[in-house]
Design a protein around this ligand. Structure first.
Ligand code: PGA
Length: 247
């Protein structure tokens, strides 16, 4: 049985004071959740958040990483650097990185490979645009995105986490219905199964306007193993309610 994972993606939000209040709020109410919990924070706050979550059930994540090991890559952060701050997870290929930073499937696959080599679990994000969905291309797009990561990572693929995030649902308040999400998750699951006999343990998260009101229904689907939560991860009570839906 796969454990569920609820991962917050703070995106480019937060401040030293706000992070402290948010994490303290989470720690005050989190108890002993049945799911795993991660927070993907801006890299400048990793040290602060490492100290804030120390000794708790919350694990730390980054939002991006360089595909290179080290060297002349101004502004980039390496996996080894993330490791120094206790990072367990790293988002790779978030649609905002693909869209605003022109990350290709090959770059995303290389980032996942680098993370795995360092012992960081990459949360590989895939998802279609509204135009692609309307053109009936959802499966084709997500399978192409995942195939690049499978191809680059071979038998290590069972160590990744996948996040299906339909781009039209991110930050828009429009959630995929639980049936729509489950349908894509099942496609991704069978693609992973074809690549690895360990695919049954890979967590496939749903992301895109997940909140306290819709989480239970999404998380009840057989192939939805958790959530990647943006906006709703910025309020302790809302994020805690989503975590509680995994019971
Ligand atoms: P959202 O973001 O929950 O605000 O839609 C999710 C994400 O982009 O990871």
């Amino acid at each position: 049985m796969r454990k569920k994972l609820i991962a917050g993606n703070w995106k480019m939000n937060g401040s030293v004071a706000a992070n402290e209040a948010l994490v303290e709020g989470l720690l005050a109410g989190i108890g002993t959740p049945v799911c795993q919990v991660g927070l993907c924070v801006p890299s400048v706050y990793l040290a602060q958040c490492q100290a804030l979550v120390a000794g708790s059930v919350i694990e730390l994540g980054a939002q991006d990483v360089s595909q290179h090991e080290r060297g002349a890559f101004t502004g980039e952060v390496s996996c080894a650097m993330l490791k120094e701050f206790g990072v367990r997870y790293c988002l790779v290929g978030h649609s905002e990185r693909r869209q605003y930073h022109f990350e290709t499937d090959a770059v995303v696959a290389a980032k996942a490979q680098r993370a795995l080599a360092c012992g960081i679990t990459p949360i590989v994000c895939v998802g279609e645009t509204l135009a692609e969905r309307e053109a009936g291309k959802t499966e084709e797009v997500v399978k192409r995105q995942l195939a690049a990561v499978i191809h680059a990572n071979g038998h290590c693929i069972s160590e990744i986490v996948v996040a299906y995030e339909p781009i039209w649902a991110i930050g828009t308040g429009k959630t995929a219905s639980s049936e729509q999400a489950q349908q894509v998750h099942a496609v991704l699951r069978s693609q992973l199964q074809a690549a690895s006999n360990q695919a049954g343990r890979i967590q496939i998260l749903y992301g895109g306007s997940m909140n306290a009101a819709n989480a239970a229904q999404l998380l009840a689907q057989p192939d939805i193993d958790g959530g990647l939560v943006g906006g709703a991860a910025l309020k302790a009570s809302e994020f805690l309610s989503i975590i509680a839906c995994t019971h």
